[in-house]
Design a protein around this ligand. Structure first.
Ligand SMILES: [Zn+2]
Ligand SMILES: [Zn+2]
Length: 230
């Protein structure tokens, strides 16, 4: 084992159970339920490459979904830890799960990453946006741009505990393109392939709403990417 001075000062701990030695211990790793077969973002049934089934497609709908594992056990613990306090190591571990499973998905040839925004008031309260930080680490490891193309204009309540229909209603009209008037090419949505980034994909209502906003603003393909499927 190679111990550096950094390991001595900041010993690695399992992001789920806290055991010393590594960011994810072998016991917790063995409990993670990785997604073997990609699913469609609309019906959540098995779909080749994570692409939306032809019958589930729509002009303003998501074109595909990338997810690494189920939102259970150690992954749930790690994500919950990160939600209230950004822990870089947890982010790194979760991102690795995504990068390791990317080969299963038929992503567009080129794309940019767009994090799901928090309402400014909530971001201020929490101090960070976990989707944005995840997108930044992903962007660095994929070598692609991260662009904050969306703003959350309505705060809404938390999606936790709401049923599918209420989740949809709760996010309706909550997002807008950030630079609707901008002529600058880097903020131009027209013709771009976009991958939305969030930590958990549950009903998909938030991602679906964001996809609609981006497609109405001219985006070509819009995919959703999340670490875990809730
Ligand atoms: Zn552990
Ligand atoms: Zn489907």
């Amino acid at each position: 084992m190679n111990l550096s001075i950094l390991d001595l000062l900041f010993p690695k701990r399992c992001v789920s159970c806290g055991r010393l030695g590594s960011y994810i211990c072998t016991k917790c790793f063995s409990q993670i339920e990785f997604i073997e077969k990609p699913v469609c973002p609309v019906c959540q049934r098995q779909a080749i490459g994570g692409k939306t089934h032809p019958g589930c497609q729509g002009r303003y709908r998501l074109d595909g979904l990338v997810i690494a594992c189920k939102y259970r056990g150690p992954v749930k613990k790690a994500i919950q830890k990160m939600k209230y306090k950004w822990i870089f190591d947890v982010g790194e571990v979760l991102i690795n799960f995504l990068t390791d499973s990317l080969w299963k998905f038929d992503l567009p040839a080129s794309y940019i990453l767009v994090p799901i925004p928090l309402h400014p008031r909530r971001k201020k309260w929490r101090g960070f946006n976990q989707s944005e930080l995840l997108a930044k680490i992903l962007g660095g490891s994929f070598g692609v741009d991260v662009c904050n193309l969306l703003v959350r204009t309505l705060e809404g309540s938390t999606q936790v505990g709401l049923d599918r229909e209420s989740r949809k209603e709760n996010v309706k009209g909550a997002f807008a393109p950030r630079f609707a008037q901008s002529k600058s090419s880097s903020f131009n949505i027209e013709g771009k392939n976009i991958i939305l980034v969030d930590d958990v994909y549950t009903s998909g209502a938030t991602m679906a709403e964001c996809a609609k906003v981006l497609k109405k603003a001219g985006a070509k393909e819009v995919w959703a990417m999340a670490v875990a499927l809730g």
